[in-house]
Design a protein around this ligand. Structure first.
Ligand code: MG
Length: 180
């Protein structure tokens, strides 16, 4: 039952994902969660690292789309700074935002990769939608108040999954997928 929370990969940070790794896996576009995945939740400013990663993806023709449960106002503010497309009010773990991404950008499930720091929303959502996923460590150890409760439940699910699946380990690239 808890297998629906299992990511395809576990990589410490989104910045370790390279265009080469994506091309090897035939991924054309990255759907990325916003808060604590691409940027710190409490700081709308993009770091040099974020900007460089986005630039590298663009150079290699990989589309990056922010998919967030947050409101359009907040998401668009950051997306404009980063010059990225975005899907707000995505309602992860439901399929709404994932379907929108496929329709708007004319992409198939296989073209897409979801990257996020939360198994309850990002990873479960990707699994529900049949999209491969990467779980990353949250950029900050702290969370917005509305995320704290989920984080507590996630810790318990992760502990259970890791106990049952010894191959669920943090890595530095997409080289080793987790068995499903
Ligand atoms: Mg997040």
């Amino acid at each position: 039952m808890l297998n629906s929370f299992k990511p395809t990969w576990m990589v410490r940070s989104i910045y370790q994902i390279t265009p080469q790794q994506l091309k090897q896996n035939k991924i054309k576009a990255v759907l990325t969660d916003l808060d604590n995945t691409l940027i710190a939740w409490n700081n709308p400013e993009a770091t040099e690292e974020t900007l460089e990663w986005i630039e590298r993806m663009k150079e290699h023709g990989i589309k990056v789309i922010i998919i967030s449960n947050n409101k359009a106002k907040r998401v668009s503010k950051v997306a404009t700074i980063l010059d990225l497309e975005f899907i707000p009010n995505a309602r992860k773990p439901f399929q709404k935002g994932f379907k929108e991404a496929q329709e708007i950008y004319d992409l198939t499930k296989k073209d897409l990769l979801m990257v996020g720091d939360q198994i309850i929303t990002d990873i479960k959502g990707a699994n529900n939608a049949g999209i491969r996923s990467v779980l990353v460590k949250p950029i900050l150890d702290s969370d917005a108040w509305n995320t704290r409760f989920n984080r507590m439940i996630e810790l318990r699910i992760m502990n259970y999954l890791i106990k049952k699946n010894p191959d669920m380990k943090w890595r530095d690239s997409l080289d080793e997928p987790i068995e499903h």
